[in-house]
Write a protein that binds this ligand. Structure first.
Ligand code: F6R
Length: 200
Protein backbone atom coordinates (compact mmCIF):
# COMPACT_ATOMS: atom_id res chain seq x y z
CA UNK A 1 0.00 0.00 0.00
CA UNK A 2 1.27 3.45 -0.96
CA UNK A 3 0.08 6.59 0.78
CA UNK A 4 0.42 9.99 -0.87
CA UNK A 5 -0.13 12.88 1.51
CA UNK A 6 -1.41 16.13 0.01
CA UNK A 7 -1.92 19.51 1.64
CA UNK A 8 -5.49 19.97 0.48
CA UNK A 9 -8.28 18.68 -1.75
CA UNK A 10 -7.08 20.69 -4.75
CA UNK A 11 -3.70 19.00 -4.71
CA UNK A 12 -5.33 15.63 -4.02
CA UNK A 13 -7.59 16.05 -7.06
CA UNK A 14 -4.66 17.03 -9.27
CA UNK A 15 -2.57 14.05 -8.14
CA UNK A 16 -5.40 11.57 -8.65
CA UNK A 17 -6.27 13.07 -12.05
CA UNK A 18 -2.62 12.78 -13.11
CA UNK A 19 -2.63 9.07 -12.27
CA UNK A 20 -5.82 8.46 -14.26
CA UNK A 21 -4.65 10.57 -17.20
CA UNK A 22 -1.29 8.77 -17.27
CA UNK A 23 -3.15 5.45 -17.26
CA UNK A 24 -5.20 6.47 -20.33
CA UNK A 25 -2.26 8.00 -22.16
CA UNK A 26 -0.15 4.87 -21.62
CA UNK A 27 -3.03 2.51 -22.45
CA UNK A 28 -5.68 4.28 -24.56
CA UNK A 29 -8.11 1.33 -24.34
CA UNK A 30 -7.99 1.23 -20.53
CA UNK A 31 -10.90 -0.10 -18.52
CA UNK A 32 -11.55 2.40 -15.73
CA UNK A 33 -13.74 1.87 -12.68
CA UNK A 34 -14.99 5.28 -11.64
CA UNK A 35 -16.49 6.11 -8.27
CA UNK A 36 -19.37 8.47 -7.66
CA UNK A 37 -19.84 10.48 -4.45
CA UNK A 38 -18.25 13.79 -3.57
CA UNK A 39 -14.58 12.79 -3.25
CA UNK A 40 -13.81 12.41 -6.98
CA UNK A 41 -15.59 15.56 -8.21
CA UNK A 42 -12.41 17.69 -8.24
CA UNK A 43 -10.52 14.85 -9.91
CA UNK A 44 -13.13 14.58 -12.65
CA UNK A 45 -13.03 18.36 -13.17
CA UNK A 46 -9.26 18.15 -13.70
CA UNK A 47 -9.73 15.31 -16.17
CA UNK A 48 -12.37 17.29 -18.10
CA UNK A 49 -10.02 20.30 -18.26
CA UNK A 50 -7.27 18.11 -19.65
CA UNK A 51 -9.66 16.61 -22.19
CA UNK A 52 -10.81 20.09 -23.27
CA UNK A 53 -7.19 21.09 -23.82
CA UNK A 54 -6.91 18.10 -26.16
CA UNK A 55 -4.32 16.34 -24.00
CA UNK A 56 -6.12 13.03 -23.71
CA UNK A 57 -8.49 10.92 -25.77
CA UNK A 58 -11.17 8.77 -24.11
CA UNK A 59 -12.66 7.33 -27.31
CA UNK A 60 -11.29 3.83 -26.60
CA UNK A 61 -11.80 3.88 -22.83
CA UNK A 62 -14.39 1.67 -21.15
CA UNK A 63 -15.85 2.81 -17.85
CA UNK A 64 -17.22 0.25 -15.37
CA UNK A 65 -18.78 2.18 -12.55
CA UNK A 66 -19.43 0.68 -9.13
CA UNK A 67 -23.10 1.63 -8.94
CA UNK A 68 -24.54 1.51 -12.45
CA UNK A 69 -28.12 0.71 -11.41
CA UNK A 70 -29.91 0.18 -14.73
CA UNK A 71 -27.40 -2.39 -15.90
CA UNK A 72 -27.32 -4.28 -12.60
CA UNK A 73 -29.02 -7.47 -13.74
CA UNK A 74 -26.38 -8.01 -16.41
CA UNK A 75 -23.61 -6.28 -14.63
CA UNK A 76 -21.33 -9.18 -13.80
CA UNK A 77 -21.51 -10.23 -17.44
CA UNK A 78 -20.72 -6.68 -18.56
CA UNK A 79 -17.73 -6.56 -16.18
CA UNK A 80 -16.46 -9.91 -17.47
CA UNK A 81 -16.83 -8.74 -21.08
CA UNK A 82 -14.91 -5.54 -20.43
CA UNK A 83 -12.04 -7.57 -19.03
CA UNK A 84 -10.02 -6.73 -15.97
CA UNK A 85 -10.33 -3.17 -14.75
CA UNK A 86 -7.01 -1.40 -15.31
CA UNK A 87 -7.57 1.32 -12.72
CA UNK A 88 -10.33 1.43 -10.14
CA UNK A 89 -10.97 4.81 -8.51
CA UNK A 90 -12.68 4.63 -5.12
CA UNK A 91 -13.87 6.86 -2.33
CA UNK A 92 -14.51 5.48 1.14
CA UNK A 93 -17.72 5.68 3.13
CA UNK A 94 -17.73 6.75 6.76
CA UNK A 95 -18.60 3.14 7.65
CA UNK A 96 -15.81 1.77 5.45
CA UNK A 97 -17.88 0.93 2.38
CA UNK A 98 -16.30 0.81 -1.06
CA UNK A 99 -18.60 0.95 -4.05
CA UNK A 100 -21.69 0.40 -1.95
CA UNK A 101 -20.35 -2.74 -0.31
CA UNK A 102 -21.59 -2.02 3.18
CA UNK A 103 -20.28 -3.66 6.37
CA UNK A 104 -21.47 -7.24 6.73
CA UNK A 105 -20.57 -10.74 7.85
CA UNK A 106 -18.69 -11.61 4.68
CA UNK A 107 -17.29 -9.98 1.54
CA UNK A 108 -19.87 -10.20 -1.27
CA UNK A 109 -18.12 -11.04 -4.52
CA UNK A 110 -20.72 -10.21 -7.16
CA UNK A 111 -23.03 -7.36 -8.07
CA UNK A 112 -25.78 -7.19 -5.49
CA UNK A 113 -28.47 -5.05 -3.96
CA UNK A 114 -27.64 -3.56 -0.56
CA UNK A 115 -29.60 -1.85 2.15
CA UNK A 116 -27.61 1.31 2.76
CA UNK A 117 -26.59 1.96 6.36
CA UNK A 118 -27.96 4.96 8.25
CA UNK A 119 -24.47 6.46 8.08
CA UNK A 120 -24.43 6.24 4.26
CA UNK A 121 -28.00 7.55 3.92
CA UNK A 122 -27.05 10.52 6.09
CA UNK A 123 -23.83 11.15 4.13
CA UNK A 124 -25.73 11.06 0.82
CA UNK A 125 -28.31 13.53 2.14
CA UNK A 126 -26.31 16.44 0.71
CA UNK A 127 -26.96 15.28 -2.85
CA UNK A 128 -30.76 15.50 -2.43
CA UNK A 129 -33.32 18.13 -1.52
CA UNK A 130 -34.72 16.19 1.43
CA UNK A 131 -33.84 13.11 3.48
CA UNK A 132 -36.93 11.33 2.12
CA UNK A 133 -35.47 11.44 -1.39
CA UNK A 134 -32.21 9.73 -0.41
CA UNK A 135 -32.20 6.12 -1.71
CA UNK A 136 -32.30 3.43 0.99
CA UNK A 137 -30.92 0.75 -1.29
CA UNK A 138 -28.28 0.57 -4.00
CA UNK A 139 -26.89 -1.90 -6.45
CA UNK A 140 -23.16 -2.26 -6.25
CA UNK A 141 -20.47 -4.20 -7.98
CA UNK A 142 -19.05 -6.78 -5.62
CA UNK A 143 -15.65 -6.95 -4.02
CA UNK A 144 -14.28 -9.36 -6.63
CA UNK A 145 -13.85 -6.95 -9.60
CA UNK A 146 -12.47 -4.30 -7.25
CA UNK A 147 -9.83 -6.68 -5.92
CA UNK A 148 -9.10 -7.98 -9.41
CA UNK A 149 -8.45 -4.46 -10.77
CA UNK A 150 -4.81 -4.09 -11.73
CA UNK A 151 -4.51 -0.84 -9.81
CA UNK A 152 -6.74 0.63 -7.14
CA UNK A 153 -6.66 4.33 -6.31
CA UNK A 154 -8.58 5.65 -3.32
CA UNK A 155 -9.04 9.32 -2.58
CA UNK A 156 -10.14 10.73 0.76
CA UNK A 157 -10.13 14.18 2.23
CA UNK A 158 -11.27 15.90 5.39
CA UNK A 159 -11.20 15.18 9.09
CA UNK A 160 -14.39 13.09 8.93
CA UNK A 161 -12.52 10.38 7.00
CA UNK A 162 -9.64 10.13 9.49
CA UNK A 163 -11.17 7.56 11.84
CA UNK A 164 -12.34 5.18 9.14
CA UNK A 165 -9.00 5.35 7.30
CA UNK A 166 -7.30 4.34 10.52
CA UNK A 167 -9.70 1.43 11.06
CA UNK A 168 -9.48 0.29 7.45
CA UNK A 169 -5.73 0.37 7.01
CA UNK A 170 -4.25 -0.06 10.47
CA UNK A 171 -6.84 -2.51 11.81
CA UNK A 172 -7.57 -6.09 10.76
CA UNK A 173 -8.97 -7.11 7.37
CA UNK A 174 -12.65 -7.66 8.09
CA UNK A 175 -15.96 -7.52 6.18
CA UNK A 176 -17.16 -5.20 8.94
CA UNK A 177 -14.86 -2.60 7.30
CA UNK A 178 -15.07 -3.53 3.59
CA UNK A 179 -12.26 -1.15 2.56
CA UNK A 180 -9.86 -3.08 4.81
CA UNK A 181 -9.61 -5.77 2.14
CA UNK A 182 -7.57 -3.33 0.05
CA UNK A 183 -4.68 -3.99 2.44
CA UNK A 184 -4.31 -7.21 0.45
CA UNK A 185 -4.26 -5.57 -2.97
CA UNK A 186 -0.81 -5.60 -4.60
CA UNK A 187 -1.11 -2.16 -6.21
CA UNK A 188 -3.19 0.04 -3.94
CA UNK A 189 -2.59 3.78 -3.57
CA UNK A 190 -4.36 6.07 -1.12
CA UNK A 191 -4.18 9.78 -1.91
CA UNK A 192 -5.42 11.76 1.06
CA UNK A 193 -5.00 15.17 2.59
CA UNK A 194 -3.37 15.82 5.94
CA UNK A 195 -6.70 15.93 7.80
CA UNK A 196 -7.83 12.57 6.49
CA UNK A 197 -4.44 11.07 7.36
CA UNK A 198 -4.34 12.62 10.82
CA UNK A 199 -5.05 9.31 12.61
CA UNK A 200 -3.06 7.03 10.36
C1 F6R B 1 -19.04 4.55 -4.99
C2 F6R B 1 -19.46 5.61 -4.11
C3 F6R B 1 -19.18 5.52 -2.65
C4 F6R B 1 -18.44 6.78 -2.22
C5 F6R B 1 -18.41 6.87 -0.72
C6 F6R B 1 -17.73 8.16 -0.26
O1 F6R B 1 -19.21 4.92 -6.31
O2 F6R B 1 -20.01 6.58 -4.52
O3 F6R B 1 -18.48 4.40 -2.26
O4 F6R B 1 -17.13 6.72 -2.74
O5 F6R B 1 -19.73 6.87 -0.24
O6 F6R B 1 -18.49 9.22 -0.70
P1 F6R B 1 -17.92 10.71 -0.69
O7 F6R B 1 -16.80 10.74 -1.68
O8 F6R B 1 -19.08 11.53 -1.14
O9 F6R B 1 -17.48 10.99 0.70
Amino acid sequence: MRIIRTQNTKELSARAADMILAQVILKPDSVLGLATGGSPVGTYEKIVESYQRGEVDFSQVTSINPDEEEACAQYDRIIAQAGTIDLQLLGIGLDGHIGFNEPGDYFECNTHCVNLTESTIEANRRFFNSREEVPRQAYTMGIRPILQAKRVLMIASGKNKAEILHKAFIGPVTPQIPASILQLHPDFTLIADAEALSEL
